[in-house]
Design a protein around this ligand. Structure first.
Ligand code: HGY
Ligand code: MN
Ligand code: MN
Length: 431
């Protein structure tokens, strides 16, 4: 039965649905800009709801506007969950997140075409705000689903235009009042998320499928440096209180740390998996004028590593750097995202491995490899609730969070075939 599900995945249908969703926020450079809970995201959600209903799915939504597309099973048991997220980076690609949601809907289309009735229901989820680029932190929808008490804090997150996440969320829920509301933290039997790798490992190994063993740890910080606005021409250097000078000095300390820490070796299969990866991606300068000394500079720090102790050391180094370059009152460090490493259970890895091996074998492609995810995913929080695993397909040039993000259509279809096999097998397994 799992093989029949796999064999009924329809490549052209999946390719067409990917192209259709990519038009919501499509950019001239081929990328996609569809940040969470924007009008474009709400339009994309309506498109997904219509697509799911056309497949016979029940559509439900929870208090964090996570959308669930449900295919009933023979018995009303905890469902098998798949899916991902439909929001993107400000300059994102067609596949980051969207691929997992649409491949999940393709699995339902394949089960319908094969006339397969599963024991358990299957639910395809589209999580809210996985990216965290508009409202921090990332994975808000899945982490609130796993622990609903988190939502109250998330509602107070503010974007760069001063909009509260709670207000954008209430508007999204009001726009979905035709959809049944369901509680968060509902029991799930298992979860499999399909995603592009967004890195170079599978392409370097020249294989189309990856069995993801886990996800590296991540921490996000906001560093606010205070200064005194003053005239760029009349103010002597010796008397300035320049917020940018402090921010740059802190940043230089951090960048000096990264290479030393990056010398870490990887885990068994993946060189560099234990290196410290540091990104200072978002900067705000006030008043942001060419001839006024900055009065306030705020920047974010994204730290990743498989070794959480490395992140402990990097966080200590950040906090030390903030005390070295200015009086304590002038620099405020706030940690607003903190997730340790996630490891998926071997039994789930074995299920995914079987599915990937069969899909690759039928297609005459190389056998799957195992790898750690450098990117975080909603699966890291779902793993707190139920047995969870991920499947990767390659990213061309290892590029993502970039308009040039791309994956061969044949690999996208193969990933969906592996997903169909795994989901069907899990949904027919006796309790
Ligand atoms: O940042 C991440 O790892 C994810 O792609 N949002
Ligand atoms: Mn993603
Ligand atoms: Mn992403």
């Amino acid at each position: 039965m799992a093989q029949r599900a796999q064999d009924h995945v329809d490549g052209p249908r999946l390719t067409a649905s990917l192209a259709a969703l990519a038009r919501f926020g499509g950019r001239e450079d081929g990328g996609v800009s569809r940040q969470t809970l924007t009008e474009i995201d709400l339009a994309a959600r309506r498109h997904l709801v219509a697509q799911a209903r056309a497949l016979g799915c029940e559509v439900r939504i929870d208090d964090c506007a996570n959308l669930f597309f449900r295919r009933p099973g023979r018995e009303d048991l905890p469902p098998v969950l798949t899916g991902s997220h439909a929001d993107t980076q400000p300059v994102g690609g067609k596949y980051d997140g969207a691929y997992g949601v649409l491949a999940g809907l393709e699995v339902i289309a394949a089960l319908n075409a094969a006339g397969i009735e599963t024991l358990r229901p299957i639910e395809v989820v589209s999580w809210t705000n996985e990216e965290g680029s508009r409202f921090g932190p990332g994975t808000m929808g899945s982490s609130a689903f796993a622990e609903p008490a988190r939502l109250a804090t998330y509602r107070e997150s503010v974007d760069q235009a001063g909009i509260r996440f709670g207000d954008a969320l209430d508007a999204a829920l009001a726009a979905s009042d035709d959809v049944t509301r369901v509680p968060m933290a509902r029991p799930m039997a298992a979860c499999v998320e399909l995603h592009i790798e967004q890195g170079p490992v599978l392409e370097a190994a020249a294989v189309p499928l990856g069995v993801v063993t886990g996800i590296q740890a991540v921490r996000w910080f906001r560093v606010e440096c205070a200064g005194t606005m003053a005239h760029a021409g009349t103010t002597p250097m010796a008397v300035r209180r320049d917020a940018m000078a402090v921010a740059v000095a802190i940043a230089q300390d951090l960048y000096a740390l990264a290479p030393r820490a990056a010398a870490g070796s990887g885990d068994a299969g993946q060189p560099g998996a234990a290196e410290l990866r540091l990104t200072l991606g978002q900067w705000t300068v006030a008043p942001n004028s060419v001839n006024t000394i900055p009065g306030k500079v705020t920047f974010t720090v994204d730290m990743r590593c498989l070794d959480d102790a490395m992140l402990d050391r990097a966080e200590a180094a950040l906090r030390l750097a903030c005390t070295r370059h200015a009086p304590a009152t002038d620099v405020v460090v706030t940690r607003f995202f903190h997730r340790g490493p996630t490891y998926f259970p071997e039994a789930m890895l074995a299920s995914v491995q079987r599915a990937c091996e069969r899909a690759s074998e039928v297609a005459g492609r190389g056998a799957p490899v195992r790898l750690t995810s450098g990117a975080f995913h909603d699966a890291m929080y779902v793993a707190d609730l139920c047995p969870t695993a991920m499947i990767f397909v390659p990213s061309k040039g290892g590029i993502s969070h970039n308009a040039a993000e791309d994956t061969d259509a044949a690999d996208l279809v193969l990933g969906a075939r592996a997903l169909a096999y795994t989901v069907a097998e899990l949904a027919c397994r006796q309790p």
